[in-house]
Design a protein around this ligand. Structure first.
Ligand code: ATP
Ligand code: MG
Length: 196
């Protein structure tokens, strides 16, 4: 399961756990993205912070692990590179790529889609506010599954921290404490026209 994980939240964890249960997966590998070369509209938190929060969030689950492949490669992450590296590390594994409805919507726009589908079976999970549609997807390459709906996003978690609102119970306890310890999100810029 790839993601920015800025921060990782219970929506990610429930989706991973549900897909692992449905497909009988031995392991779910969370893969935080590398650091973009250029700051986009919003600066993404340092890769090491996002990596460590993901480790904290998954530590208690023996079937969850975290991979550094994208963090160590650096630069913007392309899923083709992630899957190629994971394939190299696990030559005999059957790979599944777990992705939310919003990310799946961009799937057809991804580079080298044929190669992607050859490397892994894609699993699209429902996410409140987004429509899961298989209309444009190649037959058999993607499974669409319904997971318990959690209307949580990292964007909302960051906004909450910035506004002094709680993120307890939206992210694991250790992640709340890590955000506090490192002072993450407190200084995020206010968007134009935003009412605090
Ligand atoms: P941001 O708001 O910064 O984009 P996010 O909450 O979307 O953060 P990402 O790290 O972008 O989190 O997401 C990683 C993957 O998890 C994506 O495939 C995304 O669709 C999926 N995902 C995120 N939140 C949920 C959720 N609440 N339910 C189901 N899937 C989710
Ligand atoms: Mg997202």
């Amino acid at each position: 399961m790839g993601g920015t994980f800025d921060p990782v939240h219970h929506g990610h964890l429930v989706a991973a756990s549900e897909v692992a249960g449905l497909f009988g997966l031995d392991e779910v590998v969370f893969v935080p993205t590398g650091q973009p070369w250029q700051k986009s509209e919003r600066g993404v938190s340092p890769a090491e912070d996002r990596y460590l929060m993901t480790v904290i969030a998954t530590a208690s689950n023996p079937r969850f692990s975290v991979s550094r492949v994208d963090v160590d490669r650096g630069g913007p992450t392309y899923t083709i590179d992630t899957l190629t590296d994971l394939r190299r590390e696990h030559p005999d594994a059957e790979l599944f790529f777990i992705t939310g409805a919003d990310a799946l919507a961009q799937i057809v726009g991804w580079r080298e889609t044929d190669k992607l589908f050859h490397l892994a079976h894609f699993v699209g999970v429902t996410r409140p506010g987004y429509q899961l549609a298989d209309a444009d997807l190649p037959q058999g390459a993607v499974s669409l599954v319904e997971v318990p709906a959690l209307a949580i996003s990292s964007t909302d978690c960051r906004d909450r921290v910035r506004r002094g609102m709680p993120v307890w119970y939206l992210v694991p306890d250790g992640v709340v404490q890590y955000i506090e310890k490192r002072g993450l999100y407190h200084g995020d810029p206010v968007r134009p026209g935003e009412v605090l």
